[in-house]
Design a protein around this ligand. Sequence first.
Ligand code: ATP
Ligand code: MG
Length: 314
Amino acid sequence: MASEIVTSIPLTSLPRLSQGKVRDLFSLPNGEIPTLLFVTSDRISAYDVILKNGIPTKGSILTLLSAKWFDVLSSRVPGLKHHFLHLGPPSVSGLVTQDEKNMLRGRSMTVRRLKIFPIEAIVRGYVTGSAWAEYEKTQTIHDLPQPAGLKRCERLPQPIYTPSTKAELGDKDINISPDEARKIVGDKYASRLEELALSCYKAGAAYAEERGIIIADTKFEFGLDEETDEIYLVDEVLTPDSSRFWSKADYQVGREQDSFDKQMLRNWLTDNGLKGKEGVEMPPDVVESTKGRYTDVFERLTGNSLEEALKGLE
Ligand code: ATP
Ligand code: MG
């Protein structure tokens, strides 16, 4: 049910492969290609810590928004392959129970199971966050020299590829240069990954801007099909969790921008001295306003209400 908050995924019919900050991955029976069930919970993290309670419908919002992006990007990025196969588990009878099916509706997708490249393919169109901190010190971003005189949150002359390491749960990702990323993923794949990340960002940012949202930066992940040696876009795509979304109407260069989605939560945590603390429970007004922001982003980017998008899903 859409209004129930699902912070842990009650699914026992399939073997659980892993649990991340927001998602649980489940193994699916072998078919023609290796697949897995990619399930998004309503968990939310801020300042690298998972909050005790979740945001109702967040799992569906992230799942259906990513599905929309796979569709949009496939038609706008030549040669792009992605892991998304279909929403929900495969329709094999007896695979999951009816209760599990109801719980998974809208928040799960069947994807190709791939070997994930161990870097975060970050693309930045604007200078903010850790990139701004580095630029202020050395006029570089991930060691790449930048033009003088950029202001806080200013749009970069062109989007840049600024990868980071992909840390284990609980560790921090480290910003690296494209050269260091090349050493991690190997010469064979490095340039194509960079090219794909930049193309996906450019196509996505243009699409979002037409809908009043600036994508300041984002993180993509890519995987390899070792059988065919082909690269696939994987994970969630251009969601408020993996990207910095700003409101175009409120954007002003030279100052910090409010992030579209988590600003109320972040402000509440800092105002109450709870930043970075474990096990914190959000009060109902913070939950409601955060839910409102995620919903707003979803509606602007998909042109559809969540209720409408959930209708007709098996
Ligand atoms: P964060 O997103 O903040 O880095 P996380 O990495 O813990 O947190 P989740 O989003 O909770 O991630 O879980 C998703 C996991 O699934 C990631 O480890 C991601 O690399 C992995 N993944 C995504 N797509 C695929 C795929 N097609 N095949 C195999 N693993 C995948
Ligand atoms: Mg993730």
